[in-house]
Design a protein around this ligand. Structure first.
Ligand code: MEV
Length: 347
């Protein structure tokens, strides 16, 4: 039976984390480290998964058991993506987000889609799931696009986004979907949840330097921490979100005009607001200080906070000094290319 491989990029949040969950815009860039999924249709009703990067090997179960029983942590997103594809595209149930309804579910009973009896999936990542580059969302997108292609469902990007975002919400319960948008569309995006705006910002690259803290952050825990703060101090948190929203609008203009000095200052302001939300950590404070002392235009944490990565924007001639500044503070520099292509078929 034929096989198909799809890859999708990881992501880095540039501006607007946390506030994006509450309706403000954010800016995200897709990074060159990619996730891959190879999908093969089987003629027996079995789901098989090999995901060695997340310690899942030899995992299999009957198709009618998808989503039930104890699912290993590393298998959740892929298994739920397959389940959602079966239910929403093949069986033609209604997909909650608007546009996935445009899928011609009628083919499910007659055409290529009916051939999806069972499925074998192998995933492979070019980056560690520890970095916070969005490996779960990227693998969800890869699997949905690959099944869509191999069954001839030919979902468009919007339908892939909707189904992948629904899958992430089914598992995590919360999240803005910015990481799913980066995996599907690639590039650098101005994004408003739940995919209300997905606007590509046309830039070739960004002089970004990425530093990994060595600490794994748990996004949902951090989101819960922020929502507890909002319950205790609603006005303060609302003001922070509004200020972050304003920064994002200014950052969009600065990115489009390649005004790196202003963009750096906006990163510093965004970092201050994230500190006020209580999501920065001492390790980040030191790495950011190291980057700025070495001549970076600006620096901030990227993502939920509590760990994962920070980013710095650097003049070309200061690149090495900024990297050294981050390393001296105990960070690990990760080479990334920003604003890369979204989900694509590899072979
Ligand atoms: C996490 O990387 C970014 C958050 O804004 C959560 C989200 O947008 O889903 C904290």
């Amino acid at each position: 039976m034929k096989k198909i491989t799809v890859s999708a990029p990881g992501k880095l949040m540039l501006f607007g984390e946390h506030a994006v969950v509450y309706g403000r815009p954010c800016i995200v860039t897709a990074v060159g480290q990619r996730m891959r999924a190879t999908v093969e249709l089987l003629d027996k009703p079995v789901f098989e998964l090999e995901a060695p990067d997340v310690k899942v090997t030899g995992y299999k179960k009957p198709m009618d058991q998808l989503g039930v029983d104890d699912i290993p942590k590393g298998a959740k997103f892929v298994e739920m993506a397959v389940k959602n594809f079966m239910e929403n595209v093949i069986l033609g149930n209604e997909v909650t987000p608007e546009s996935a309804r445009s899928v011609d579910s009628g083919r499910g009973r007659h055409g290529d889609l009916a051939r999806m009896t069972g499925i074998s999936i192998t995933t492979q990542s070019e980056f560690s799931s520890q970095f916070g580059f969005g490996s779960s969302s990227a693998s969800t997108v890869c699997v949905i696009k690959a099944i869509s292609e191999i069954t001839g469902a030919n979902l468009d990007n919007r339908a892939i986004f909707d189904l992948a975002y629904k899958t992430v919400l089914d598992i995590q319960g919360k999240g803005s979907g910015f990481d799913v948008a980066a995996a599907v569309y690639g590039g650098t995006l101005y994004y408003i949840t739940p995919g209300k705006t997905i606007e590509p910002l046309n830039i070739e690259s960004l002089p970004l330097i990425v530093g990994y803290s060595g600490i794994k952050a748990d996004t949902v825990t951090l989101m819960n921490q922020v929502s507890e703060l909002a319950q205790e101090n609603p006005q303060m948190v609302e003001d922070i979100y509004n200020n972050i929203g304003k920064l994002v609008e200014q950052a969009k203009v600065a990115i489009l005009s390649k005004d790196w000095t202003t963009l750096g200052e906006l990163m510093n302001s965004n970092q201050k607001l994230l500190e006020n939300l209580g999501v920065s950590i001492e390790k980040f404070d030191n790495m950011i200080l190291g980057a700025k002392a070495a001549g970076a235009y600006g620096a901030k944490l990227s993502g939920a906070g509590g760990g994962d990565c920070m980013i710095a924007l650097s003049p070309e001639e200061k690149t090495q000094a900024v990297k050294d500044g981050i390393t001296s503070a105990g960070g690990q520099v990760i080479e990334v290319e920003a604003s890369v292509q979204g989900a694509r078929i590899e072979d």
